[in-house]
Design a binder for this molecule. Structure first.
Ligand SMILES: [Zn+2]
Length: 241
């Protein structure tokens, strides 16, 4: 635990919870995150789930996730309900279908490339890499092996931030250092980078006894909600944010 003001971090948590508590979609998201853990990778058909999560990371990169969410059903259909082997066999048709939903050739090609990588590498090998070096800390957080982020980062159009996001979606306790969370971390005196965001989520996680990825999900959604700018004057120490 760092020596950041505990009272202010608790106050931030309370404000963030208040900002999201009336939105059933976000609450479901938080609950799902709580149940999520990397061992789910071994479950039946998780290879397709993994492909869909990669596609989500590619399609949400650089645009508002709501825009992708609205088109997600159609994107799913274009990519043959995440049957990556079929995607590899019908590359041209899939590309045409994907472009008719979202006119972005780079995103369509990147997603097809990920399907090809999955076909060539094989799910058993990929699954092993995704779980390689997994540890769990005393608070129940799932910590990835050292090389996981670099491994995911090698995929087309993924990049480090999205690799962290992908690892979180698989069930690891990582905080995605996107612009909103970097801004929030800076506001509370943390470094404006992935380490700062991870530390902010970790510190709150220890105060409120929730997993890091759950804390991150609450904070990110709170930052996204228009109702609240999460600014406050701490009633305990008087600091203003
Ligand atoms: Zn305070």
């Amino acid at each position: 635990m760092n020596n950041y003001c505990h009272c202010c971090l608790l106050m931030l948590w309370a404000r963030a919870m208040r900002a999201i508590i009336t939105d059933p979609r976000i609450i479901k998201d938080v609950m799902d995150q709580r149940d999520s853990n990397p061992h789910q990778i071994s479950g039946k058909d998780f290879d397709r789930v993994f492909f869909s999560k990669c596609a989500w990371a590619v399609y949400t990169a650089g645009i508002k996730f709501k825009m992708v969410e609205n088109k997600w059903k159609a994107i799913e259909e274009a990519f043959l309900h995440w049957d990556y082997q079929q995607v590899c066999r019908n590359e041209d048709n899939v590309r045409t279908a994907a472009l008719s939903v979202v006119k972005n050739i780079r995103k369509a090609n990147a997603t097809i490339k990920i399907a090809q990588w999955m076909c060539e590498t094989g799910w058993v090998t990929i699954r092993k890499r995704l779980l390689d070096g997994l540890t769990q800390d005393g608070l129940g957080n799932f910590v990835p092996g050292h090389e996981l982020i670099a491994y995911l980062d090698e995929r087309p159009m993924i990049g480090e931030t999205n690799a962290i996001f992908l690892a979180k979606m698989i069930g690891y306790d990582l905080a995605k250092p996107d612009i909103l969370l970097k801004r929030l971390a800076t506001k509370f005196g943390y470094p404006p980078n992935k380490n700062g965001v991870q530390q902010l989520a970790t510190d709150i996680s220890q105060l409120v006894l929730q997993r890091i990825s759950v804390v991150e999900t609450v904070l990110w959604n709170a930052c996204n909600s228009k109702k609240d700018d999460l600014g406050f004057k701490c009633p305990t120490c008087g600091k203003e944010y």
